[in-house]
Ligand binder design. Sequence first.
Ligand code: ZN
Length: 708
Amino acid sequence: MNKNINSIEKPFKIESYRDEVLNTASIDMEWIPYRGKYLHSKTQIFAAAFCTNWGERIVLHISQYQKTNESINSEKALIEDILFYFNQFPLTFGWYTTGVAIGKYDPRKKVFQVKGRDSDFFILHQRCLFHRIESPFEIGYNGKYITLKKGSKNKHIDLIKVFEKQVIKDYVLDGRYRTTSLDSVSSAILEISKYEGMDAGTTNILQKSTKLQKKYVKRDAELIMMLAQYRNCIVLRLMKIFSHYAKMDYYVVCHTSVSNWYSNKYEKMIERGDCTLSYTPYYSLEKKEIGGGHHTRSQRGLFVNTLVYELDAKGMYPTIVINNNLSFDTLNCICCKNTPSAYLDTETIKVINDNLMEQKIDRQVSNYWTCRKRKGALCMILEEVLTDREKYLRLIKEEKSKPCPNNLLLEEFHNCQMGAKLFANSGFGLFANKYFKFSNYKVAECITGEGRRIHKQMETLASREPFNFDIVFGFTDSIFFKIKEANCQNPEQTINQFIKQCKDKLGITLEIKNVFKNSIFYGINNRFVGVLDKENDRIIIKGLDGLAESNPLWIKKWVYEIIKQIITKPDSRFEIIPKLLDDAVFDLVNNACSSKNSIAEELSYSQKLRMHPTEYVSSNRTGKVGRLMNKDKGEVIQWYETKNIDKETSENYSTSAPDPENVNLDHYIDRLFEKLKRTLEITGFDVQEIKPEISRKILTMINSKSLS
Ligand SMILES: [Zn+2]
């Protein structure tokens, strides 16, 4: 057998001997791309790469096998080698290695449609069948995925399954990646992209040289191993913590969602008799619409040199669950039906009903109660997990107080407390999830209803004597307020007094999250901009649609720059902003539009496909572009606004970067103004006056450009 190992180049340092990655390798393969359903005749594997936890790279390419023996089928020899290496590792990692494309006949459109993509293991499995080599894989339940054969001594983790979990994506990695393609995740997390930005899905890497193909496949394997090892394997370590709390196999946890973890845990508790369903026979309820969290209408205005305090209720929902014993096995139990002390606060029932009416949901609630005899399953879990978390927070404190704190221990404690917090916070939301086995809209309604009541009462407390705070905005579990002049002598003390009252009267723990020196509030829920007091002009921006990822880079860049200047130097805004707007236009005409490359970089709109492109109505632009670009659900499409009708789309936009003369400059300027309009109005600018001035300047700029 031929064992060519290309491990000379070591551009990135990859090395970790932590348990989670010990004796492991990542694997990636390349095959000839094809459309539609898999057929043996459509494709062939031509390259594969492994990257071990200690950083050794193994790259295999079909050309290596053509040289050694002309008579044998070179793909077969390549596959035998891939399996030789693959089988040596007790654990391997991949990226989208376990998926299978699903083909379905659409009777409405009378076409056979394929959704999703076939993965590395599916292709390897099929090629094994084709060459009559024993395959280590088998197709799973419903033909929807492919795994290692049952009883296999080796394990595999498809890392896309881990990185696509909301708890990891949003709460651990701060929503930094937009799609879960390997390129998008590694660019965002590792700041390293695929080899020379090539994507086997769009560029045909087969047309490249063998050397480049090898580098390409090697890079993918490297990225996968680096993601597994990212920040000392934090993501896999969290999976281990979740598997401990869920009482579920670690590898299963990696490939399933939080609703599976909780239902597994509940089932185990019921089995063991830790909780019972005997008193709540109707524990599983069909989903119904319920009210949401509480919002206070936001003020609208620019506040300069006026401290705005943002206070946050710490773990409000878990606290509500524990204080009220809310769970599927305690709500409206048979045993406490006639026990008035078991009833939920009448104020909460009123709040729920008011909200149902406001939301025009045709339903009213008369009474809710929770068991006084038994502790609910969710409460037991939360108490266990949160007690654990307290323990780790204490250990962190102790360790930090030592003369030479052990950083490895600190990191371990920190991960444990974070894992506990994340696990606790993902439990209560599941009751509103219709696919959850213990789905129960009534439990969800009680939790949010109780949250609304507490939030309303917190605001009432804040606005009354002795505090008289001026509430700027509030939602769900946070409150923003200014302290009125007369009360300003000792703000810290006043706020601490308020925090204490909330603890005593409402049972919630408030914390000061931010103190803003200058801020803009938009009169719209959860949209504000603020610069922090005493924190080096750090800016916090929430909910500004001009900064949404779908916007062209040029727009995001200038919206940010202009807002930053207004909020950090509000007093000179009337001098600075008109100049900045000129700079923005100059940048558009002279930099962004200087070449096709810069246009591609700065002026593309993008959108993530929420459905398969064929599922959009035919006039919908996203669907149309998706079909033209041959993209799938979850992938990102791009387009550019053009002056001329585009040949491909038959409208004023194109899917590839247009020539500089064909860029619709007016459109981009209009869009920038649209995104800035509210901010400019609130901060005292006359948009009607600035806008024509800018348009005039563009014309002069373009004319002078064409003259030169
Ligand atoms: Zn009861």
